[in-house]
Design a protein around this ligand. Structure first.
Ligand code: AMP
Length: 334
């Protein structure tokens, strides 16, 4: 294989550098206004392609590229396109559909027996603080936190009027867990036949993180918001690491049962750790998450397996390299 096709945005810098360092080529594609950024850095010798329709992915496939699923790919190219395109995909192609669909995602997390927040199937059931979510990887935009079923009904009415959703089933009502958010990143390696812990991050979110800088008297009617503006490094207490690893292992096993051969490469469990030190899993992503960018200089957790720090992007490239050398590419690309 010649190299990686990477959508402009999300973790494109990390991915391009990782694949280039491992001796592959990198092709960054996207709308023209997004490509400018990648010309600015002299070390980023990626080929840039304007994307206007999926035929670009066919030509990249003909040239020997494979596609890296990212949040940008899920959001802008859509899961159904990812399932249809001819270009080989790094990881388990069908997992993007499971990630984009609340029912499938819940089924997977339940199969993995994850400790989870309660899900409310109808607005009238709501009897505690909940977070109401919109579908897709929209970066937390437009969510509502409330105890009031009335407020949820009004929120839903507004969303319908703006054509942001079509059915009530498109929204997801989840118990709001109080604690600190910790996003755990993993890499499931078919080649090494092991799960590697690659690190952790916290999402820095507006206005929820901005509001705590204000005193209650100034908050007034300002509302919580979960638009991600960046990511922060976090090093969980060492006594939590074993639990995080076991949660990752349970997710791998569940994907093996429900979507064989199971997750391949990077994935993330999004958790809230409560004051009794229990990580509660409220989301998962079956691909590289932007939170791995906190280790743009290399993850010290990956150093525990490889003796040197490396990014998740580089780790993915290494997996493809090893798979090629061992004639096992079919276990990494699908
Ligand atoms: P998500 O789109 O599910 O990743 O959620 C966006 C953000 O909302 C997260 O980064 C958390 O800050 C917050 N959040 C989501 N679900 C919960 C929950 N069940 N309890 C507490 N906070 C949550």
């Amino acid at each position: 294989m010649r190299g990686a096709a990477i959508y402009a945005g999300h973790s494109a810098i990390q991915l391009s550098l990782g694949f280039l360092e491992e001796g592959f080529e990198a092709a960054i594609f996207g709308p023209p206004e997004r490509l400018k950024l990648y010309e600015r850095f002299p070390t980023l010798k990626a080929r840039l392609h304007q994307y206007s329709d999926p035929s670009l992915l066919d030509s990249l496939a003909d040239e020997g590229y494979f596609l890296i699923p990212t949040g940008g790919v899920v959001e802008y190219l859509t899961p159904s396109l990812v399932e249809r395109v001819r270009i080989p995909v790094f990881g388990l192609r069908h997992l993007v559909r499971w990630e984009a669909d609340w029912s499938l995602k819940t089924r997977l997390l339940e199969e993995a027996r994850m400790p989870m927040p309660r899900r409310f199937r109808s607005i009238s059931e709501v009897d505690r603080l909940v977070i109401a979510k919109l579908p897709g990887a929209k970066g937390g935009r437009g969510y509502l936190v409330t105890r009031s079923p009335e407020e949820i009904k009004n929120w839903l009415k507004n969303l319908r009027e703006q054509n942001l959703i079509t059915r009530e089933d498109d929204i997801f009502l989840q118990e709001y867990i109080v604690g600190t958010t910790i996003y755990a990143h993993y890499f499931q390696s078919p080649i090494m036949d092991r799960l590697e812990l690659t690190g952790f991050d916290i999402r820095y979110e507006s206005n929820v993180d901005g509001l705590r800088r204000l005193s209650p008297r100034n908050i007034g009617d300002l509302k919580e918001g979960f638009v991600v503006t960046g990511n922060l490094q976090v090093y969980p207490r060492e006594r939590l690491l074993e639990e995080f690893i076991e949660l990752g292992e349970k997710l791998v096993e569940a994907t093996r049962r429900l979507i064989p051969p199971g997750v391949i490469g990077p994935f993330c469990l999004e958790t809230v750790v409560t004051e009794d030190l229990k990580p509660i899993v409220f989301e998962f992503s079956g691909r590289i998450v932007a939170g791995t960018n906190v280790y743009l200089g290399g993850s010290p957790y990956l150093a525990l397996y490889w003796g040197r720090e490396m990014t998740v992007g580089r780790r993915m490239a290494l997996e493809v390299r090893m798979a090629m050398e061992q004639g096992r590419l079919g276990e990494v690309l699908t």
